[in-house]
Design a protein around this ligand. Structure first.
Ligand code: FMN
Length: 196
């Protein structure tokens, strides 16, 4: 076990007005921060928007560079990621894809877990597509996922899950797997920097 807690960047994928994403993120952060083997940095893409015309590029405009400066160092510093995503038309939000595409080496040889929500599929179709994207980026998608079928309907009026036992256990499984990989890959990167 690594002496230092794993640095986890948790990214909210939805940015639209009236979005449900922050409620799901708040629940997840509450679970993660009960552990002493991880620290959490929440990256909210609605609070750190990226211009669509400014990237992805290796030579961003001054405006784009300024926008990226608010999230890129945090993505770089992380040892692991959790993406909190809804499902839009059987996939994940465009703003999330843009933020992913604006980074390359930052994701490499690091694990990525998924918390998803949506209608019938509970967001799982979005996650299946994210797995392909992160594979391409040399990241390591984690097998087990937390999925909320029905999205907001799975939460009560106090914004807490109606079935906390199920999702809390799923979050523990996800975090156990994510942190195992994060420790293993961090040690491996320190021994031998990853070269794609
Ligand atoms: C543009 C759009 C497309 C959607 N497409 C799907 C879909 O294909 N499958 C599904 O299960 N839910 C779909 N939904 C429902 C969302 O997954 C659900 O409303 C979720 O809570 C939205 O997350 P957000 O409020 O954080 O944006 C869609 C919602 C929107 C806004």
């Amino acid at each position: 076990m690594s002496a230092e807690p794993i640095r986890l960047a948790a990214i909210i994928g939805s940015v639209r007005d009236g979005r449900f994403g922050p409620t799901v993120m708040d629940w997840f952060v509450g679970e993660a921060t009960q552990r002493d083997d991880v620290t959490v940095d929440v990256i909210d893409l609605a609070e750190t928007p990226l211009s669509l015309t400014g990237g992805p590029t290796r030579a961003p405009s001054a405006e784009m560079a300024q926008e990226l400066s608010r999230i890129s160092p945090r993505i770089e510093a992380a040892d692991a990621y959790v993406i909190v995503t809804p499902e839009y038309n059987h996939s994940f939000p465009g703003a999330l894809k843009h933020a992913i595409d604006c980074h390359i080496t930052q994701w490499q040889a690091k694990p990525v877990g998924f918390v998803c929500y949506g209608g019938f599929s509970g967001g799982l179709r979005a996650v299946e597509q994210l797995r392909l994207v992160f594979n391409e980026l040399h990241a390591v998608p984690i097998r087990d996922t937390v999925s909320f079928h029905g999205g907001a309907a799975a939460f009560d009026e106090d914004n807490r899950p109606k079935d906390p036992n199920g999702c809390n256990a799923a979050a523990k499984t996800l975090l156990d797997q994510l942190i195992w990989w994060a420790v293993a890959l961090k040690e491996a990167r320190q021994k031998r920097p990853y070269s794609a």
